[in-house]
Structure formats: C-alpha cells, structure tokens
Write a protein that binds this ligand. Structure first.
Ligand SMILES: [Zn+2]
Ligand SMILES: [Zn+2]
Length: 625
C-alpha cells in the first residue's frame, strides 16, 4: 500500500490519512508501519533550489495566500516596493495583526509562507516588533523547527528503508550499524547519536499521527521523543492508537506532563505488560557514578523497585525538612542531597545540624513567605514549615531513634476502584509520577508496616481531577497485602481483591477516613478562614487539587511550594479554596514582577497575564482517571 506524498505545507495534508487511521485495526502491522511513508516529493528542495523550483515555490505561496483569502500583490500595490512584501509591517497590515496574538501568522501552519514571513521579520529588524508580535515570531520559529525535524526524520526513515530493502539479511544488526554509520558520517555524529536518530525515525514509522503532528508543527521533536520512548512497550496498533489520541493535545502539555499522561495510558491499556517491563528493567538495576561537568560528581540508583525509590525519597525529604526546621543551613534541595550522601556514606544526618551558637540561622534561604505583609511574620502560607503535608510527620523534631528514623508522608493517589482492589488501574505517588497497581500495593504494604508513616488519600472523578481528599492520618495505612504475601514483593494479579475482605480490610479502612469535597466553579467559601495562614486541612486540600506549582508548565511539586493568596490577603483576598494556589519560590517572584498579573476566576483555575500581553490559563493536572 502506498500513500500520496504528504505535503507539509498543506494544512490538511492528506484527508485520507485520517480515514485510514480510523480503520487502523483492519490494517496489517506492515501496512501500519508503511503509513505516511515519506515520498520523494516530501524531500524535494533539500538540495540547492533550481529556478523552476523557486517559481513553483512562489506559485505555492500564492496558492496558500489565496486559500487564506489574501491577495498579496493587490494589497501591496502602491504600498510596498515590489518584492519586499515579507516584512512584519506588511505582514501586520495584510494579515489582521500579523504575528500578534490572534493574527493570521500566529496561527499559520509551518511551510514556505511562514518561513518567508519569519525571515522577513528578521530582515526588517525584530526591534520594530511589539512584544506580542515578537512572541508570535518565536512561536512561529518553534513550529518551523518542528516541521523541519519532521522532514529530517522522514529523510532518515527513507534512507533506512532503502538500505533495509537492499540488505542481504534484513533485520541483522550489521545492516543497522551500516545505516547508522552513514548518518554519522553525513551529519558528523557520534555513533551513539546516530543510533538514537535512527531509532527515533524507526519508532515514529509506526506512529503516523506523531509524524503528521511534527510536520504540521503541532508538536516538537522533544515531544516526539516522549511518544517514541513511552510507547515502546506497546504493540504497533495500540501504540498508534495512543499516539493518535494524544497527538492533538500534546502541544499544550510540557514534555513532563505528556510523559506522565502517556505512561498512565500505557499502564491502563496493558498493566501486565507494564509490570513485565518493570521486572525486566530490574534486571538492569545498578548504581551509577559519574563526574559532573562542574567538577562535582553524580550518584544515582537506576532501575530500582518503584516502591523502594518512593519510600527512600520521602525519607530523604522528611529528614532534610527536620534538619531545616532545626536550623541547618541551605535550601531543601541542598539538604536533601546532603542527607542522601550522609546516609549512604554511613554518617548520622544529625551531623549536618549546625553546632549551637548565636547567628546560626540561615537568613539567605529563609523563604519570603509573607508577600502581603500580613499575618505572623515569617509564618506565611509556607509549604516548608512543619504544617506542610510532606512535613516531617508533623513532628516538632526528631523523635526516638533520631532523624534517621523519620519516614515522611506518602500521598498515594489511586482511583477508588483500584484502592479497593477491584481493578488494576494505575495510581501514583504524589511527586513520583504514575505507578502500576502492583507498585502501588507494594508501596502501601511497605508503608503500612512503618508506624511513622502518615497517609493521605485523594479520590478522583471520571475526568481524573481530584474530587475529595482525606487529610493525613498517622498510624497504620491501608492494608495493602493479602495475608501471607511476603512484604516488599508485589502482590500477584488479583491479589488486591483480598484487600477488601475481612474485618479491618480495605473497605473498613476507607470508611474510617473523613473526606473533604473540593469546591468547583462557584465557591461556597465553606472552608474560608479569617486567618492569613490556611489551616492544615485546607492546605492539604489545595495541594491535593493542584499537585504542582500553578505556573504554566512548572512541575515543582505542590508539597514544595508555598500557598499563595491569588488576590493578596491585605487587599481583601480571602483565605479560601477560591483564592489559594501553590506557587514555587521562583514563580512567586514572577507573579510579583512588573507586567505580570494572576487571577483565579474559579477555584483551581489560574489565569496568568504576561508582560508581552498574552494570557495563559492553568487548570489542575488531572490525576489518573
Ligand atoms: Zn471560596
Ligand atoms: Zn513554579
């Protein structure tokens, strides 16, 4: 089966493609792999253009403009000196705002026309553009790079296709090596980079929706890499289907968000395969040490069991927070690193505490917690105080056993059905991303055994958003393991069902929790408080609703953010769900910088106005539905 050439400049390159994708299940795997095979026409123009090619390009440009309902020559008549109609001034005049927000060029797909106007803007001088137009040019260049990445990968795929076809023993690793060697020579790449490029081109060969989105400038290369990596474990048809589902919205997600969303979908589709992959991965378990470019060194455990890694990470945070509260100097990140290495090197983390004496407080790293100038000094809506949900078990300091005995708070989120063991739907440990159901139950079992651990439960609705949250409670966690299961070993499939059974089982445990239901749309101000500092319960609720900083794309966990009054407290902003959201230090400062403005039109929906005039809306990241 062959397809007509895909024309990257055509906004609707191949209407048939969608139809064929809709019927993808009827295609054989080979046919699927052959979808959107790059045609020679797609690659034309890579060499020095001949005059006739330029004439063709001009023709195509005119066609594109005509399609947009614009006649460049007529509009230019008498105003621009003949061929000079590429500039931003002309563009703005012609294209209803040009590169400005909502202007035609701001939404124009990548292709020769957009490239021409983009170059025209540079030629005329970017200095003449408004901030808004400048951001429009920036966004256009991003789409153009994505388009060209699509062309590059199509060219690699075509070369690969030719070599594989000509190979005596197709599929041999020798044939692979030779294609990579050609790429390495042509592009001056290391062998590893050439292998990666070839691997990406091959991965995308079975993800036609991703290739199409790339050529249309809707996603960039980095997002294409996420698709390729996260879908590697799925069969061709399922992988193509997931890619199709996400390709349309991937451009509005950061790579981190996209990775989490696609990973979650893979866990949904084939939890057993995901588990097998995790177990295979554990065969590659290792500790890596490497020199950092700065002259320091890196140390990391790789392919560890997820439950172990989450538990260890929470413990490091708990100890670091306790140290910080006790006056140890440094940021939380620095303290976490110091605790990590102290524990591994066999030093007591208490050795990181400053020796008692005056002037030991670390004023430098003390957060600017009180932007509104109201409330108790130094006791703003801080996420780093002992009231934070990831705080050191709410302790007033290390208890018996010292700092090393701390376990921290684990915020495990699962759909209610999975909590109850009725499904193998994935969950997640807040701050650690999606976990398969086995890893979740493993973690639950491990932590239930540790009396120092505190628990939070978030229930999610069908759209994956948090709908209710039970505040932390100390003591035994959910029974996560049927009796007799060896601790630390994943429960087998279906093992979770036993979880329900018997007195003291999961159902009783869940029934004993007191849930707060989140406000949506119009706030009833039920939990509003006159105080500046939100009570723990409200803090936990906000952090369950929004797991990350509320700045577009920021992945800083809410447990490590301050809760910011969107409308400052001293200007009448209430301490309520409808006026609080987590902001990391950096974006708290961004909010206060000139030209920025933040509003919260409904609980959990944050609208950022920027100095360049555009606004960006942030809604809470859905949990796994
Ligand atoms: Zn309210
Ligand atoms: Zn942030």
């Amino acid at each position: 089966m062959t397809l007509p050439p895909t024309d990257p400049t055509d906004p609707d390159p191949d209407p048939d493609l969608d139809l064929m994708l809709a019927g993808a299940e009827e295609l054989s795997e080979e046919e699927l792999a052959g979808l959107a095979e790059p045609a020679d026409g797609e690659l034309a123009g890579l060499a020095e253009p001949a005059d006739e090619d330029l004439a063709k390009l001009d023709e195509r440009l005119d066609e594109e403009l005509a399609r947009l309902g614009l006649d460049l020559d007529a509009a230019c008549a008498g105003t621009c000196p003949e061929a000079g109609h590429g500039g931003p001034g002309a563009a703005a005049a012609l294209f209803g705002g040009g590169f400005a927000e909502g202007g035609v060029l701001d939404g124009l797909g990548p292709g020769p026309a957009l490239a021409g106007f983009s170059q025209g803007a540079v030629d005329e001088g970017l200095g003449g553009l408004s901030d808004d137009e400048l951001v429009g040019v920036l966004r256009a260049s991003w789409r153009l790079s994505a388009w060209q990445a699509g062309v590059e990968l199509a060219a690699v795929a075509e070369l690969d296709h030719r070599r594989v076809r000509a190979a005596e023993r197709p599929g041999s690793s020798l044939a692979d090596d030779h294609v990579a060697a050609e790429l390495a020579a042509a592009l001056v790449l290391t062998g590893r980079s050439a292998d990666a490029l070839l691997g990406l081109a091959r991965d995308l060969a079975r993800l036609p929706a991703v290739r199409k989105a790339l050529l249309e400038g809707r996603i960039d290369r980095a997002r294409a890499v996420v698709f390729a990596a996260e879908l590697a474990g799925l069969g061709d048809i399922a992988a193509a289907a997931v890619a199709m589902g996400f390709a349309g919205i991937a451009g509005s997600m950061t790579t981190g968000q996209l990775r989490a969303a696609v990973k979650a979908m893979v866990l949904w589709l084939d939890p057993a395969a995901a588990r097998r992959r995790a177990e295979q991965g554990q065969g590659q378990a290792r500790v890596e040490a490497w020199p950092e470019g700065s002259g320091n060194a890196g140390l990391a455990g790789r392919e560890l069991p997820a439950a172990d890694a989450v538990a260890a990470d929470k413990r490091i945070t708990a100890i670091a927070r306790a140290l910080k509260d006790a006056g140890a100097p440094g940021t939380l990140d620095q303290l976490r690193a110091a605790v990590f290495v102290a524990l591994l090197a066999g030093r007591d983390p208490e050795s990181l505490l400053p020796t008692p004496g005056p002037g030991q407080a670390d004023g430098e790293s003390e957060p600017d917690r009180n932007p509104a100038g109201a409330g108790a000094p130094g006791d703003g809506p801080g996420g780093s105080g002992p009231t934070g949900p990831a705080g050191a078990a709410g302790s007033g300091g290390p208890g018996p056993g010292g700092l090393a005995a701390l376990a921290g708070t684990v915020h495990l989120v699962m759909p209610a059905a999975a909590w109850l063991g009725l499904s193998d739907a994935p969950g997640e440990a807040a701050g650690s991303g999606p976990l398969d159901a086995w890893a979740c139950r493993d973690l639950a079992a491990r932590l239930a055994a540790g009396p120092a651990t505190r628990w939070q439960v978030t229930l999610t609705g069908p759209d994956g958003r948090a709908v209710a949250h039970a505040s932390p409670r100390a003591g035994p966690g959910p029974p996560g393991q049927p009796p007799g299961g060896p601790p630390g070993q994943p429960a087998g499939p279906g093992g979770g069902r036993d979880w329900l059974a018997g007195p003291g089982g999961g159902r009783d445990w869940l029934a004993g929790l007191r849930f707060d239901w989140l406000e949506r749309r119009t706030c009833s101000h039920l939990r509003q408080t006159p105080r500046y500092q939100p009570p723990d319960r409200l803090q936990n609720l906000i952090r369950a609703r929004q797991r990350t900083c509320s700045f577009p794309g920021c992945r800083r966990p809410a447990t490590r953010c301050d809760l910011d009054h969107t409308l400052p407290y001293d200007q009448g902003g209430p301490t309520c769900e409808c006026n609080l959201s987590p902001l990391c230090r950096m974006h708290h400062r961004t909010k206060q910088a000139g030209g920025w403005n933040l509003t919260q039109p409904e609980p959990g929906v944050l609208v950022w106005a920027t100095p360049h005039g555009r606004t960006y809306t942030v809604t809470p990241d859905p949990y796994l539905a």
